[in-house]
Design a protein around this ligand. Sequence first.
Ligand code: PLP
Length: 239
Amino acid sequence: MTDILIIGGTDSSGGAGLTRDTAAASALGVGVAPVVTAVTAQTHSEVAKIVPIPPDVVAAQIHAALHAGSVKAVKIGMLGSNEIAETVAAALKRTAVPVVLDPVLKSSSGARLLSGGLPEALICLADLITPNLLELAALTGHGVAQDERDIAFQSGELRAAGARAILVKGGHGGGEWSTDYLFACTGSEHFTAPRLAVNKRGTGCTLATAISCFLALGHDLSTACGRAKTFIHTWLETA
Ligand code: PLP
């Protein structure tokens, strides 16, 4: 069995986090080794409580999952705190499989899901970072990108800070089309699908998990991003 290691938080509403990740991976026929960083009590409209898991317990889960030997890719979602993020970076330091980092900063309901910011070690370790427009702005300290030029500029800054490849998700943008922009060492390209009039939580989790699955199944980065875009579009269409 091909497995991916998923590092993230639980969401008691089931709308996002590890439950959503696991559903996406099983739809793609990929197994999951789940590593819990935080337990959250939330509904679709508010986060009531966040309980971080002690960093040594997070590290122990990662080491145990990697020891089992079937992990072919890693997806990182909600980390909760800078301390846990540093622990994750240290635990994955010698991992040879691709790592996808979804830089989860806030819930759609506005609650902060990461305190203290993302450590440089994690930004540099990830093979792909998948910010939405709001996360890209927060990570680079700019206003929200208004057009392709802003997106390319902000992504360039993130790459200069050590990110290897960035997929900027256009879901928070406007217009008839939802376009994601990939910036990698091999060049840049974009993936487009018609924008759907659905308001669904867990889209960021689903996309990053699907990319990890396609990487685990042996596809290159560009193919994995393209297939994941199609997968999420189909999921939203049937939502
Ligand atoms: N809760 C958890 C545990 C998450 O991992 C995430 C996103 O990754 C969220 C909430 C936020 O999801 P949404 O933006 O759909 O509210």
